[in-house]
Design a protein around this ligand. Structure first.
Ligand code: C2E
Ligand code: CA
Ligand code: CA
Length: 698
């Protein structure tokens, strides 16, 4: 370090400034104390010497001189004695020469003159003695101390130099160098810390420094402690950001990272792996039934079992509420994934006890294999996404195939799903774009041949694909919830049209509208029906609601109360597709139902299949017993109609009578139908022959 840098550093310190000021002042004081008395003493000594020599000279002169001869004054005065007053014993002035003008006998001011000094002396003369008042010029006297001054200046200079050196050394030794050492230690500690809190420093040579170092070390300790706490908090936050709080399994974020790593690893080592999406079946129902707490326990238990079942190298994560994902690494043979799927299903579904409940989960599993199921040529980053999507497609397949099963991904599944997604999107648009139309399929009283009304059947004319069967889109509309809005529109349209026809003279015409299970459990069915009736002015008695047997049997107790509400409102209720579900006859008794519709599957083979005959007979018997009307649907020929007639069936619907017709065609059909519309007081007389009639139906 240069001297300049050192001093610059040193003088930044107030301590050094104060310290050096004190040293400088002390040096000055010491010098003053030595210098002034020495000078004064020296001066006094010189004056005395001078006085003594002048005295001797004057004495010599006076002794050899007559008293009156003092006039000879000139030799009396010298360089130093500049004035002289001589008086005799009687006080008579004998001589006044030189610079004595300022003299006044009692003037002490004369004494105060710095450069001139007077001296009164009694001097012997040859004749006696005289009083002499001598005036001396002392100004030169000071100059006699010149050598002393030089000496003193030299001394003072050397003292200053020594003091300066000493204080510089002290500053260096006790201030600058400790501070340098300390700041070096601090810098090193900071540099070696690499972002962590700095290392404690070790300087034990210097006591002052040690105090500072200890202080610093204490600060570091404190900082370390708080940074340890921060680290623990960070670790917790890190864990929370990557794990699911319920199961403590990795969450979606962490799974995605793990998946990407797995893909990279599989590509670089040329190995296979499998992804399983595991979804609890009917979890919402389970939650509703047992409560969310039990639902959570179930999820946690399934997660735990999956984690225990898989190896440590495999990944088990929770993606969503009841959805887990498993990565089985290093799969040797794709078919081994099936074995794992079976094990997953068996561990997840084995029962467990919770607070007295025996709980049993059902799961569906979708599986996709890497690299078999992906387009390996694409961007590596997309591969992870693709494999999970594939597993999701397989899971979807498992769900729509009835759940509680596993499915391995196939390309066919994907195209089905794509078509299905497109259908969903198109369905949403169709309602806005008015692509739907309601058709009407007439029903007749088998005995009187009179038309009793029609079943409203929805039709979708897709702008590109043309006619789409309700069997294809109604289930999708149900799953997506579109059926709620669509169903309301169908009901409203059917009610409006039927009321119009009633106004055209078919006063007792009825309409049957299909109500999906989704609409039934939605909770808004009654207000919706009431609104449709009010808006259309149709009487409740002219409306029949058809509910499929499977919808009714899904939750019979719930359905019974809803059916009672609807029935009280005055409308008629029919169980559709009767015979295909698993109706409990015990419930049938409690349903306020007016009509049973025998599914067309039993009618089709009625002339050849004895079992179907037995079923139809049984349904007719039930109808009679519970005082319900029985409608046979799908009647396609006369033979079937005659058989039904012979068995006492009330009402028939089918292509033999008429295909579903649009609203204009329906009116035209009604106008052509020779037996007219059944009224409450209709009777069977004077009916046209069958031959005239049925050919109008097609
Ligand atoms: P569904 O309620 O059993 O309706 C009767 C189905 O049988 C209709 O098919 C009808 O066209 C057809 N059908 C009638 N007579 C015959 C026949 O003699 N032979 C044959 N082979 N078939 C006949 P569609 O219109 O294709 O409807 C199929 C299903 O879609 C309906 O079965 C019903 O479950 C549902 N669906 C139709 N329209 C609606 C609706 O407006 N709302 C709801 N929720 N579902 C509807
Ligand atoms: Ca129906
Ligand atoms: Ca049916």
């Amino acid at each position: 370090m240069t001297f300049r840098a050192l001093t610059a550093k040193a003088f930044r310190s107030p301590t050094v400034l104060v310290f050096s000021s004190i040293v400088a002042i002390s040096v000055l004081l010491i010098q003053a104390l030595l210098f002034v008395p020495a000078l004064v003493t020296q001066h006094r000594h010189a004056v005395q010497t001078m006085h003594a020599s002048e005295l001797t000279r004057l004495t010599e002169i006076f002794l050899s001189t007559d008293k009156n001869a003092f006039e000879v004054s000139v030799p009396l005065l010298g360089k130093k004695l500049v004035g002289l007053i001589v008086s005799d014993d009687d006080g008579q002035l004998l001589l006044d020469t030189g610079e004595t003008q300022q003299y006044e006998p009692n003037n002490t001011a004369l004494e105060a003159s710095s450069s001139k000094k007077s001296l009164r002396m009694e001097l012997p003369t040859s004749t006696g003695s005289v009083t002499v008042l001598g005036f001396f010029d002392l100004s030169e006297q000071w100059l006699t101390s010149k050598s002393l001054i030089v000496f003193l200046v030299l001394v003072s200079l050397s003292v200053s130099v020594v003091a300066g050196v000493c204080s510089a050394w002290a500053t260096m030794r006790y201030f600058i160098s400790p501070v340098e050492t300390l700041s070096l230690a601090l810098r090193e500690s900071r540099e070696s810390s690499e972002g962590r809190s700095p290392e404690t420093i070790d300087v034990d040579a210097n006591l002052d420094l040690k105090l500072i170092a200890e202080e610093f070390n204490a600060l570091i300790e404190e900082q370390r402690k708080s940074s340890r706490q921060v680290k623990v908090k960070q670790q917790y936050l890190e864990f929370a950001a990557h794990h699911d709080p319920l199961t403590h399994l990795p969450n979606r974020l962490m799974f995605e990272n793990a998946l990407n790593t797995t893909v990279e690893d599989a590509i670089s080592r040329d190995v296979q792996f499998a992804v399983f999406l595991v979804d609890l079946d009917n979890f919402k129902f389970f939650n509703d039934q047992y409560g969310h707490l039990v639902g959570d326990k179930m999820v946690a238990e399934v997660g735990n079992r999956l984690r225990t079942m898989m190896r440590d190298v495999d990944v088990v994560a929770r993606l969503d509420g009841d959805e887990f994902v498993v990565i089985q690494k290093d799969v040797q043979d794709p078919s081994s994934a099936e074995e794992v799927a079976k094990r997953i299903m068996s561990v997840a579904t084995s029962p467990y006890e919770y607070r007295g409940f025996t709980l049993k989960a059902a799961v569906s599993v979708g599986i996709s294999n890497f690299p078999n199921d992906v387009h390996i040529s694409q961007d590596e980053k997309m591969l992870g996404e693709e494999i999970v999507n594939n597993a999701a497609v397989a899971l979807q397949e498992a769900k729509s195939n009835g759940k509680n099963q596993y499915q391995l991904f196939t390309e066919k599944m994907r195209s089905r799903l794509t078509a299905r997604i497109r259908l969903e999107q198109d369905l949403k648009l169709a309602l806005q774009d008015e692509q739907f139309e309601v058709f009407y399929q007439p029903k007749i009283n088998i005995h009187t041949r009179q038309c009793t009304g029609a079943e409203a059947l929805v039709r979708w004319r897709h702008p590109v694909n043309g006619f789409v069967s309700p069997e294809a889109f109604v289930p999708v509309a149900e799953e997506t919830g579109i059926i709620i809005e669509l169903g309301e529109w169908i009901l409203q349209t059917a009610c409006n049209r039927t009321y119009e026809l009633q106004q055209k003279g078919y006063a007792d015409l009825n309409v049957a509208v299909n109500i999906s299970a989704v609409q039934f459990t939605d909770g808004n069915l009654l207000p919706m029906v009431a609104r449709a009736l009010e808006d259309s002015k149709l009487k409740p008695g002219s409306l029949e609601l058809e509910i499929t047997e499977s919808a009714v049997m899904h939750d019979p107790e719930e359905v019974i109360s809803s059916l009672h509400e609807l029935s009280k409102f005055g409308m008629r209720l029919a169980i559709d597709d009767f015979g295909t579900g698993y109706s409990s006859l015990a419930y049938l008794k409690r349903f306020p139902v007016n009509t049973l519709k025998i599914d067309r599957a039993f009618i089709t083979d009625i002339s050849s299949d004895n079992d179907d005959v037995a079923i139809v007979e049984a349904v007719l018997g039930l109808g009679k017993h519970f005082n319900m009307k029985v409608v046979a649907e799908g009647v396609e020929d006369e033979e079937q109609l005659n058989f039904l007639k012979s068995q006492g069936c009330d009402i028939a619907q089918g292509y033999f009578i008429s295909k579903p017709l649009n609203s204009e065609q329906y009116l035209a059909w009604l106008e052509r139908w020779p037996y007219g519309v059944q009224t409450s007081d209709s009777h069977t007389e004077s009916l046209p022959s069958d031959d005239d009639v049925y050919k109008t139906g097609t």
